[in-house]
Design a protein around this ligand. Structure first.
Ligand SMILES: Nc1nc2c(ncn2[C@@H]2O[C@H](COP(=O)(O)OP(=O)(O)OP(=O)(O)O)[C@@H](O)[C@H]2O)c(=O)[nH]1
Length: 398
């Protein structure tokens, strides 16, 4: 009704006005939408904490975030902080050559007084009874033992009489006689190779504290350096920390340690270790034992059982008796007891660095008729050396 009343001009004006309103409205809507799309960061909620500190530094604070950490935020303690996991890296042993040179020097340092004392006495112008008595005393004080001392003095007396005296000669004669006494003819090789498709089994025995566990660890290190695979058996279940100590050695050198519960049956652990060695086709299984010396029967029961149980699956190739060189006659008495309860195939004399009485090497070999195969010359991981009679005597006299 209204339309007929409007003029054409008015109608056109209204249509144009409506069109303008529509265009302006639509454009505004589009621009607003575009703006919204262009500002995502401002509207995106920050849910996740930044992963690294770098991000934190570059991220600007946003609405709703605190300008600084609230004071009631608990302080992070050391315990809360997760430390990176430590991975044990295998140690590389010192080269065999370097080790032996160093250990020879150490042996000479510790035993020098014995050799030098003897040489000084033998080089006297007049070798009278008093001089020979002094020589005897020096040898006995150095733990050489009575019988070997008498034997040595007798040989020296004869040779010095026949071959004459003089410092150079005295040294040569003494060297020869000492080497004979230490007996270079004994087989000192260690049976540490697979045979008949089975690993070699080495049992370490000895009184507490003589250095059995340390010797097992150091021997494993030497064998692994020779590219052998080694399994350790923690059959010393008597001392709580012994298995841990052995396992630590195993981790250091790269040998698996078979262990059981504290106070468990040593024979069953020894059996499991050997079984593991057979399954893994290892070259050597080294079994550490407790060697409590309460009673001879107790010791016999324990070691006898360990050996018997191992022998169900494998031969025991070596029984190494570890003796602390600093214990002198006491060490000899212990050695005797062990030799009575188990067939000892070799001796390990530890702590030779801690005594000038290297004569124990001669005494203990004589006593048991078993060769010293290894010597310990310090607490370090590379302080174990094969025993070589000539080098030992040279170290005494240097
Ligand atoms: N100076 C010196 N110390 C040594 C030597 N061998 C071992 N020791 C030390 O002697 C101590 C006892 O050694 P262990 O290996 O624990 O003795 P163990 O016979 O296994 O003792 P138990 O486990 O109690 O039976 C340790 O502090 C070793 O570092 C050596 O050749 N020289």
């Amino acid at each position: 009704m209204l339309l007929p009343m409007l003029t054409d001009q008015a109608l056109i004006t209204i249509v144009v006005a409506i069109a303008v309103v529509l265009v302006v409205g639509t454009t505004g809507l589009v621009v607003t939408r575009r703006r919204r799309r262009e500002l995502p960061a401002a509207t995106k909620p920050q849910v996740e904490a930044p992963e690294t500190t770098e991000t934190t530094e570059t991220t600007e604070p946003r609405v709703g975030e605190d300008a600084e950490e609230p004071r009631d935020t608990p302080t992070r303690t050391l315990e809360d902080t997760e430390l990176p996991e430590t991975t044990t890296t295998l140690e590389k042993p010192e080269s065999a050559q370097g080790r032996l040179v160093r250990l020879r020097a150490r042996l000479a340092r510790s035993q020098g007084s014995l050799g030098k004392g003897l040489l000084a006495l033998l080089s006297r112008d007049k070798l009278d009874e008093e001089a020979w008595e002094d020589i005897e005393t020096t040898l006995i004080t150095a733990d050489v033992g009575v019988a070997p001392t008498q034997e040595l003095v007798e040989h020296l007396r004869t040779r010095m009489r026949v071959e004459g005296v003089g410092a150079a000669q005295a040294r040569e004669i003494l060297r020869e006689e000492l080497v004979n006494l230490v007996d270079p003819s004994m087989d000192r090789s260690l049976k540490a190779s697979r045979k008949d498709g089975q690993p070699a089994v080495i049992l370490m025995v000895g009184v507490n504290g003589t250095g059995k566990t340390t010797t097992v660890g150091r021997l494993a290190r030497v064998l692994i350096a020779e590219d052998k695979t080694v399994v350790l058996g923690a059959a010393d279940t008597f001392r709580a920390a012994a298995a841990d100590q052995l396992q630590t050695w195993g981790e250091r050198v790269g040998a698996r340690t078979v262990r059981g519960p504290e106070g468990g049956d040593p024979a069953s652990i020894a059996f499991d270790a050997v079984k593991e060695g057979i399954e893994e086709e290892a070259d050597v299984v080294l079994v550490d034992t407790a060697g409590r010396l309460h009673t001879k029967t107790g010791l016999m029961d324990e070691l006898g059982k360990v050996k018997r149980v191992i022998e169900k699956t494998a031969e025991v190739d070596e029984v190494l008796l570890v003796i602390d060189a600093t214990t002198g006659q006491n060490g000899l008495t212990q050695a005797r007891v062990f030799a009575e309860v188990i067939n000892v195939t070799g001796l390990v004399l530890t702590k030779l660095d801690g005594t000038a009485k290297g004569g124990i090497v001669i005494a203990v070999q004589r006593e048991l008729g078993v060769p010293v195969k290894l010597v310990g010359l310090g607490e370090g991981p590379d302080d174990l050396a094969p025993f070589e009679p000539e080098q030992f005597v040279d170290a005494l006299l240097d």
